[in-house]
Write a protein that binds this ligand. Structure first.
Ligand code: GRF
Length: 190
């Protein structure tokens, strides 16, 4: 069985989409564990509920943080690492150790609205301010540059006239929950 490790900082709804995909046997893999940089995240609650091992690392020092992560990854030995709403930049040492084995989901059609400052509602505000007629989400490989690794797959959603950043975010998030399991499946089959 292929092994996944998920990194998440927030509510973990994308993490949940992976859990659901595995439970419905749409994703043929197991989750070895969850890594989070925040204490008391929604993602951890989901891990507890589904009896998935987790490690909370509230360490601010980037080098120490990466050291702890690498030690845990050595133990979990993942085939694929999925960043699902993970707000910290993954260090070069982790990227190099797991080259082409780390993917991230981002709530825009990259390369638009990616990089520093483009997270959460900021992304959707920028899309609406630019007057774009469509938005969407992207799954891409993680390299040393924030949101710049090779794109694997995108899913488009329409922007509606009455959209606010919140309504657009909800539509994009819904698309993320479909896109992420699809990509994971595709990569694990190869
Ligand atoms: C998602 O929009 C994801 O694209 C971004 O962070 C958000 C995480 O949401 N990277 P959730 O924690 O999975 O609900």
């Amino acid at each position: 069985m292929k092994k996944l490790v998920v990194f998440a900082s927030g509510s973990g709804s994308n993490f949940q989409a992976i859990i659901d995909g595995i439970e419905k046997k749409e994703i043929k893999a197991q989750i070895s564990g969850l890594i989070t940089d925040r204490l008391g995240s929604g993602a951890v609650e989901r891990a507890k509920k589904h009896r998935i091992p987790y490690l909370e690392i509230p360490e601010k020092n980037p080098e120490l943080f990466s050291k702890i992560v690498l030690e845990q990854l050595n133990d979990w030995n993942p085939d694929l690492i999925v960043l699902a709403g993970f707000l910290r930049k993954v260090s070069d040492s982790i990227v190099q150790r797991y080259n082409n084995k780390i993917i991230n989901i981002h709530p825009s059609l990259l390369p638009k609205y990616g990089g520093k400052g483009f997270y959460g509602l900021n992304v959707h505000k920028a899309v609406l301010e630019a007057g774009d007629l469509e938005s969407g989400c992207t799954v891409h490989y993680v390299n040393e540059e924030f949101d710049r690794g090779n794109i694997i797959l995108q899913k488009r959603v329409e922007v509606r006239v009455n959209d606010t950043p919140i309504t657009l975010a909800a539509r994009v998030l819904n698309a993320e929950h479909k896109l992420l399991p699809t990509v994971i499946n595709k990569l694990l089959k190869n």
